[in-house]
Design a protein around this ligand. Structure first.
Ligand code: SF4
Length: 237
C-alpha cells in the first residue's frame, strides 16, 4: 500500500501547487532568447545538454547574422560552427540545424510548421523539442518533459513515471486545464532554481507541505531536532 509520502498528489493539492507557482510568477517565460519560431527552434536544438545561458550567448551573435533557414544555410557548416563551438555536441547540432533548414525550405516554404508530425520529421527534433516549439511558439498546451520536470514530477508525486513520455502523459492527465499552457515553464523554473537535483531547497520551498519529499524532509528534520533537544535536556538534568 502507498503511504502518505509515496502516494500520488491529490487533485486538490495539484490545484494548490499550480496556484502557488502562478502567484509567484504569473507570466512564466522560457529563458531561451528568441524573436521568431525559427530562432526558437534553433535555440531549442542547441539547448540539448547545454545551459540556456550558454545557448543565449551563442545565438545572440548567430541570429544577428543568420535568423532564417536561407541565411543559416548560406553560413555553411564551418560558418555555423564558428558561432556555436562553445556548445556541447556542436558538430552534430550544426549538421542537424542545416539539414532542418533544407527541409524547412523544401517542404514548408521556409516556415516552422505548427504540426507535431512535421516538426518531429525535422533532423534533431524529437518529442521534447516539438513540445517546446508547439507550446512556446504556437500556444499549444503541451508539456515538454526535460530532466528538471522529470525530477520535480516524480519527487513531489505530481506525476510519477519511469520515462519522460510516461511523466508527460501523467502530467497531461493530472494538470488542471487552466494551468496546462504554462505548466512546462513553471515546473522547469522550479526544478532549475528550487528543486535542484543535488540539493533541493525543501526548507524554503513553497510546495513543501504538498510535496511527498518535502513532507518526508520536514519529518526527518523534526525528528532530528526533537532528539537533539531530548539529549540536551538529559545532559542538563
Ligand atoms: S519540497 Fe523539496 S523536493 Fe519537494 S518540490 Fe520543494 S524542493 Fe522539491
Amino acid at each position: 500500500m502507498l503511504t502518505g509520502e509515496n502516494a500520488p498528489m491529490k487533485p486538490s493539492q495539484i490545484e494548490t501547487l499550480f496556484a502557488r507557482l502562478a502567484e509567484l510568477n504569473p507570466h512564466p517565460r522560457t529563458e531561451l532568447e528568441y524573436r521568431t519560431p525559427f530562432e526558437l527552434l534553433v535555440a531549442v536544438i542547441l539547448s540539448a545538454q547545454a545551459t540556456d545561458v550558454g545557448v543565449n550567448k551563442a545565438t545572440r551573435k548567430l541570429f544577428a547574422v543568420a535568423n532564417t533557414p536561407a541565411a543559416m544555410l548560406a553560413l555553411g557548416e564551418p560558418g555555423l560552427l564558428r558561432y556555436i563551438a562553445s556548445i556541447g555536441l556542436c558538430n552534430a547540432k550544426a549538421r542537424h540545424i542545416l539539414a532542418t533548414c533544407r527541409l524547412l525550405l523544401e517542404r514548408h516554404g521556409g516556415e516552422v510548421p505548427s504540426v507535431r508530425a512535421a516538426l518531429e520529421a525535422l533532423p534533431g527534433v524529437g518529442r521534447k523539442t516539438a513540445n517546446v516549439v508547439l507550446n512556446t511558439a504556437f500556444g499549444e498546451p503541451t508539456i515538454a518533459v526535460d530532466t528538471h520536470i522529470f525530477r520535480v514530477a516524480n519527487r513531489t508525486g505530481l506525476a510519477r513515471g519511469k520515462t519522460p513520455l510516461a511523466v508527460e502523459r501523467a502530467l497531461l492527465r493530472r494538470v488542471p486545464p487552466a494551468y496546462r499552457q504554462n505548466a512546462h515553464h513553471w515546473l522547469i523554473l522550479h526544478g532549475r532554481y528550487v528543486c535542484k537535483a543535488r540539493r533541493p531547497q525543501c526548507a524554503s520551498c513553497v510546495l513543501a507541505d504538498l510535496c511527498a519529499q518535502g513532507v518526508k524532509a520536514a519529518r526527518i528534520h523534526a525528528t532530528a531536532t526533537n532528539a537533539g533537544e531530548s539529549n540536551r535536556h538529559r545532559r542538563r538534568s
